[in-house]
Design a protein around this ligand. Sequence first.
Ligand code: MG
Length: 267
Amino acid sequence: MKKLMILSLALLTGASAFGQPQRPGPPAGGAQKQEYPARMTPQMTEIMEPEVTIISPGEQPGMAPSDAIVLFDGSAGIIEREWQDSRGNPTKWILQDGALVCVKGSGVIQTKRKFNDFQLHIEWKAPAEVIGDGQGRGNSGVYLQGLYEVQVLDSYNNKTYRNGQAGSLYKQYAPLVNASRKPGEWQSYDIIYTAPRFANDTTTYFTPPRVTVLHNGVLIQNNVSLRGPTLYIGMPEYSVKKHGAEPLVLQDHGNPVAYRNIWIREL
Ligand code: MG
């Protein structure tokens, strides 16, 4: 019994039954002295190829880097080229002082291109003249893949439900802080979006959509995991019609919210 206990202990500790550590020795019959296992050098963990792709960052923070797709640069031509209404017709949103402005009742505006994972920069401005309150004040929205709304709202001294204010993932996640500027001032969202992956049954997320948002440079959503498409009424579910790449959509909520400097990088 005592012998058996010693043997068990030896196996557990890696020692031989004679108390010597068991290490693999050099190959049998080899005259050369070889260190085993091979000793690590710094170079063994340094990856040289392929080289990381070189791009040019924007000249100023918030400006498009060289590998971005510019979706709006203040010109009329780009609206026609990149945007349409939900039926595929030219949008009725207007170009005003270099900004793309929502026209009440004109419906959403959406990109002609479709996207999966991306980094998006978008700037927006609630009307300087404050009309209405709560959800009725400077309301629009950035719909990621046309399904998941990052709320645009004048949330400067404007009380509403916390999971519906500016920078919320509407009715799912309140922003971590309220980083709103005054109405009439330009604000920015930088959004990093990972599209959902679907399980085989086609109605269940294998991995849900994930979203990070910076509002005026401040982190307000930290890689949150969505429960489903944005709903006004009811609880979102991890159950959704399977989708692939989808357009970016801007909401018409009846307020003349303006947009400018919109660019996106596919990831
Ligand atoms: Mg909205």
